[in-house]
Design a protein around this ligand. Structure first.
Ligand SMILES: *Cc1c(COP(=O)(O)O)cnc(C)c1O
Length: 361
């Protein structure tokens, strides 16, 4: 068996130790004679898995008690729609700071429900920078301000939390949750699809300040109601037990490795090495994002000579480095280097990039 270093943006690489544990437990979870995915979600075995996953995530992220934690289906995109339904009155204003593709997606989900207002956008500059807070035009009385903490496609990441006063800050952390310590109390809602940094696709984590759950929101079915999900402990209907279980294994792995502080240090080293390799290539490779907001998780880069894109990808694959093709919206390359990407993987990529340049530069 040989595992490549997999730079996929999502679904993304998982820690090998987690996959091995899942494999070992696949047929017989903890001696019960069945896989955890074959057991009732209301049985004692899965209830334990679910409770431990929440407790471990609370520990990892230091989530205060006045925040509820949900494990839901529907992906990050579904949460984007539910934010408006649950926390804004029909037609109320909601402010969106658009710093890339996912910010635009978030906006698109709520146009039917709120007076969505683009408070700032980096689109005119090709999403290569984040508009400074001083230039944002926030709406008085807005239901919330929405930001995308890390733009997975454009490779732009907030490195400082914006101050938005008394209006709750809602943030899409799909591709950077648990990548470094975070002051959860600064947010009204934090949400993330799991398939970048938390585990497998199919479950989303939503962290909600409890007082916001008292907002009336808009007419909606029970299954679209965060309040009901909190009451039902994320089990209004059958939850994605396999995904929840695997995410729980990732949380335990992270805690054993040293928690978010340790991953923040690793992620800083990994991203610095890649950007150093790109910036030191005399233009053979380039990343176009303003250095102050470059993403630590997703590093898009371009080869000076596009004709070398195909050979780059082919030779990288032969070297055991896969999924480096950039998103179709941007072209070029993208290396996604979430928590589960070992430093050895980024070192191998940097060495390959230098070698490829020597041979083709
Ligand atoms: C991947 C991603 C999404 C979309 O997630 P789905 O689970 O596919 O809905 C939203 N926001 C960000 C920042 C992402 O990286």
């Amino acid at each position: 068996m040989s595992r490549a270093f997999n730079f996929s943006a999502g679904p993304a690489t998982l820690p090998q130790a987690v996959l091995e544990q899942a494999q070992a437990e696949m047929l017989d979870w903890h001696g019960v004679g069945a896989s955890i995915v074959e057991l009732s979600h209301r049985g004692p075995e899965f209830m334990q898995v679910a409770a431990e996953a929440e407790a471990d995530l609370r520990t990892l992220m230091s989530i205060p008690d006045d925040y509820a934690v949900l494990f839901l289906q529907g992906g990050a995109t579904m949460q984007q729609a539910l934010l408006a339904l649950n926390f804004a009155e029909p037609g109320q204003a909601a402010d969106y700071v658009v710093t890339g593709h996912w910010g635009k997606t978030a906006l698109k989900q709520v146009n039917h429900y709120v007076q969505a207002h683009v408070a700032a956008s980096g689109e005119a500059g090709g999403f290569r920078d984040i508009p400074p807070r001083a230039d944002w035009t926030l709406t008085p009385g807005a239901a919330y301000v929405h930001v995308t903490a890390n733009e997975t496609i454009h490779g732009v990441e907030f490195r400082e939390l914006p101050d938005v006063g008394d209006v709750p800050l809602f943030a899409d952390f799909s591709s950077s949750i648990v990548s470094e310590p975070l002051d959860v109390s600064r947010f009204g809602v934090i949400y993330a699809g799991a398939q970048k940094n938390l585990g497998p696709v199919g479950v989303s984590v939503v962290i909600v300040r409890r007082d916001l759950l008292e907002r009336a929101g808009q007419p909606r079915a029970d299954i679209l109601d965060y309040r009901s999900h909190v009451k039902g402990e994320s089990m209004l209907n059958t939850p994605p037990t396999w995904n929840w279980y695997l995410a729980g294994l990732v949380f335990k792995w992270m805690l054993a490795e040293g928690g978010v502080e340790e991953f923040a240090a690793r992620n800083a080293r990994k991203s610095a090495l890649l950007y150093r390799t790109i910036d030191g290539s005399d233009g053979f490779y380039r990343n176009e994002v303003a250095p102050a907001v470059r993403s630590r998780m997703n590093v898009p880069f371009f080869l000076r000579d596009e004709a070398l894109d195909k050979p780059f990808l082919a030779e990288a694959k032969d070297a055991g480095l896969i999924s480096l093709k950039g998103h179709r919206a941007l072209g070029g390359m993208r290396a996604s280097i979430y928590n589960a990407m070992p430093e050895a993987g980024v070192e191998a990529l940097a060495a390959f990039m230098r070698d490829f340049q020597q041979r083709h530069g």
